[in-house]
Design a protein around this ligand. Structure first.
Ligand code: FES
Length: 108
């Protein structure tokens, strides 16, 4: 069962029954606002997740993510929530400081 812990949202834990869903879909299905400026098409990076652990549980980087890595717009330990699938297992992530919403209260 996929599980997502969002560290700087007070360690909010999402337990999902969905399998083979993009990380951002699991987050949105649970009523949590997460930036997605390009409409989840892999064209911006505003949906970036910073991984604290569990990177091995995610699907392999997509072509779009590999291009952002090449450009330096994604760093090791970062993925796009609209591209990465979480088939099972847990990931612990953080919201990037540049992608926080003003109306959401973050713990850090
Ligand atoms: S929402 Fe734009 S890259 Fe994910």
């Amino acid at each position: 069962m996929p599980q997502i812990v969002i560290e700087n949202l007070f360690n909010l834990r999402i337990n999902s029954t969905s399998v083979h869903r993009k990380v951002i879909e699991i987050i949105h299905e649970n009523g949590i606002d997460w930036m997605h400026a390009c409409g989840k098409k892999g064209r911006c990076t505003t949906c970036k997740i910073i991984l604290t652990s569990g990177e091995e549980n995610l699907s392999s980087p997509t072509k779009a993510e590999l291009e952002f890595f090449r450009q330096g717009r994604l760093k090791p330990g970062e993925r796009l929530a609209c591209q990465a699938e979480l088939p099972s297992g847990e990931i612990v992530v953080r919201v990037d400081k540049f992608n926080k919403f003003p109306h959401v209260h973050y713990s850090e």
